[in-house]
Design a protein around this ligand. Structure first.
Ligand SMILES: Cc1cc2nc3c(=O)[nH]c(=O)nc-3n(C[C@H](O)[C@H](O)[C@H](O)COP(=O)(O)O)c2cc1C
Length: 194
């Protein structure tokens, strides 16, 4: 493995191996120090988040960035999945007023939000921050608390902060249990040299 930028890398200075290391060293963080996050770092997090792929570029999403400690405390009382006291929480929502009305579109909107949250978590990790996607919360309580209009539906929360403990890598299943090649259940890749 080398840190030398690959000639194939579209971003000078970032080798694919370095990028992969960034992704594979992220793990969920649920305890946070009291250190605040500088505004320019918050801006970088949002930049990473908003650049996520999304269906037909409809960007049918809406995010509420909660940083006031009183609002974080209120939010936590309706979100048992949020542990510790993060410096900020992003409430990631679908914007159901955008895109088509079909039911299939509803699922696509949620997928877009999930992709944005993953981008957010990876950008946070690149800045030395930790975070966690959280689905355990009471959406209707948060709707009232944060004045969400009826078209805005919270899908995931993302508490973010500087870690108060060493991140513990989560175990992954053996690849052969969930990756097939060409047809389901075939675990040996077909070699392609052409
Ligand atoms: C859709 C989704 C919902 C999750 N909800 C919660 C949650 O409510 N509370 C929580 O503590 N962690 C939650 N997690 C975090 C997972 O537990 C965590 O990502 C998983 O254990 C794998 O660990 P890793 O992120 O370190 O790889 C959620 C993750 C995802 C993707």
């Amino acid at each position: 493995m080398t840190d030398e930028p690959s000639p194939d890398s579209p971003v000078p200075g970032i080798a694919p191996e370095q990028f992969l290391r960034m992704i594979t060293t992220r793990s969920v963080m649920r305890t946070y120090s009291e250190r605040p996050i500088a505004p320019q770092v918050v801006d970088a997090l949002l930049q990473g988040m908003e650049s996520a792929p999304n269906a037909a570029n409809t960007q049918a999403w809406s995010f509420v960035v909660v940083q006031d400690p009183r609002n974080i405390r209120r939010l936590r009382s309706f979100a048992p999945g949020v542990f510790g006291v993060p410096a900020l929480v992003v409430m990631a929502c679908t914007d159901n007023s955008r895109g088509l009305e079909e039911e299939a579109d509803k699922a696509a909107r949620s997928m877009c939000v999930a992709m944005a949250v993953e981008n957010l978590l990876l950008t946070a990790h690149a800045h030395g921050l930790g975070g966690c996607p959280v689905h355990s919360f009471r959406p209707e309580a948060l709707r009232l608390l944060f004045d969400l209009p009826s078209s805005i539906e919270p899908v995931l929360l993302a508490p973010i902060g500087y870690p108060a403990s060493e991140p513990r890598p989560s175990r992954r299943r053996a690849r052969k249990e969930f990756i097939s090649y060409e047809t389901y259940g075939q675990h040996t890749p077909v070699s392609r040299t052409r």
